[in-house]
Design a protein around this ligand. Structure first.
Ligand code: SF4
Length: 184
């Protein structure tokens, strides 16, 4: 099957790509992540995605528009539940792109991450697939967590230190905020 994989970043795409190809799928990639800030981080992640594309002969369409404004307009006043909207905006665009390129199915490298809300991504993917007459290719890519890390290190890829948005950057580096979150 021809599958469009939403690519959240280079390292996270490696194991899903390998697994899907091993099952005989033709995989195209789509990098669309308005949630990645600030701008230099966004550019660094695109560089890593380009590197994966080249080193793994993996065709990836890259949306290089920096989406800070769009992202903030969507999540502001809803910061505590922002991750749902963040998944929605990326998967919805992936479905649009899958239809444009004529892919039969779609998936996301977000299913590789141990830090994402896996069950919500699965639920949203199934809903979108049903509504759009597409296949959602669900796999628990987390099973290849260490394999993906090892491969990204071997390829010398840039590995990001935080999820993506400016809120998650603060959560990663602001010790006081981290303590507050852990107490909740
Ligand atoms: S923490 Fe990650 S998933 Fe949640 S809104 Fe920020 S970038 Fe998106």
């Amino acid at each position: 099957m021809h599958i469009l994989m939403h690519v959240c970043c280079g390292p996270c795409s490696l194991y899903p790509l390998k697994l899907l190809r091993s099952k005989g799928h033709e995989v195209s990639g789509w990098f669309h992540n308005p949630n990645i800030h600030p701008y230099r981080e966004f550019k660094a992640r695109i560089q890593a995605v380009r590197s994966v594309s080249k080193q793994r002969d993996f065709p990836i369409e890259i949306d290089s528009n920096y989406g800070l404004t769009q992202f903030l307009r969507t999540v502001v006043f809803h910061e505590t539940v922002r991750c749902f909207a963040c998944v929605d905006m990326r998967l919805e665009k992936t479905v649009e792109m899958a239809k444009i390129i004529g892919a039969e199915g779609f998936t996301s490298s977000l299913l590789y991450s141990k830090y994402q809300n896996h069950s919500y991504i699965k639920k949203k993917g199934i809903e979108l697939a049903e509504a759009n007459n597409l296949h959602f290719i669900y796999e628990d890519f987390r099973l290849g967590w260490q394999e993906g890390i090892d491969e990204s290190l071997a390829l010398d890829l840039y590995r990001q230190p935080y999820c993506g948005c400016i809120y998650s950057e603060q959560e990663r580096y602001d010790k006081k905020l981290r303590k507050k979150i852990q107490k909740k």
